[in-house]
Design a protein around this ligand. Structure first.
Ligand SMILES: [Zn+2]
Length: 116
C-alpha cells in the first residue's frame, strides 16, 4: 500500500475518533444540563415552601399577640424577624387562605408545602 493511502486512513480514523468523543461530550453535557435544570426547580420549590413556613409562623405570632389573624399579609412584619414579606422565587406574592380557624399560605406555582 502506498504511503499516501496509509496517511489517509489514519486521518480518517482520527476524524471518527474525534466524532465519537464529540458525541460523548454532547451526551454528557445534555445529562449535566438536565440534572442542573431539575436541581434548580427543586431549590426554588424548597425556598418557596420555606417562605410559606416563615409567613405562617409570623401570622401565628400576630394572632398570639393580638388575638386575631392579620387581614393583610403586610401586618405580620412587626411580629416576625423578617425584614420584608418574602415572595416566591418565581416572583409571585403569596395569598393567605383561612379555613376554619387555621391559615395556609398558598403559592400558585409551587402549591402549599403541607400538600407535597
Ligand atoms: Zn412558589
Amino acid at each position: 500500500m502506498p504511503k499516501s493511502y496509509d496517511g489517509f486512513f489514519k486521518r480518517k480514523d482520527l476524524l471518527i475518533e474525534l466524532a465519537v468523543v464529540m458525541v460523548i461530550f454532547v451526551i454528557i453535557g445534555g445529562a449535566v444540563f438536565l440534572y442542573l435544570a431539575r436541581d434548580t426547580d427543586t431549590t426554588d420549590e424548597d425556598i418557596c415552601h420555606t417562605n410559606q413556613r416563615r409567613i405562617e409562623g409570623a401570622a401565628r405570632m400576630f394572632k398570639a399577640r393580638t388575638g386575631e389573624w392579620p387581614d393583610e399579609i403586610e401586618q405580620i412584619i412587626d411580629y416576625s424577624p423578617l425584614d420584608k414579606i418574602p415572595i416566591c422565587p418565581e416572583g409571585k406574592e403569596y395569598d393567605m387562605v383561612f379555613h376554619n380557624d387555621d391559615l395556609t399560605v398558598d403559592c400558585e406555582i409551587h402549591g402549599y408545602y403541607r400538600d407535597q
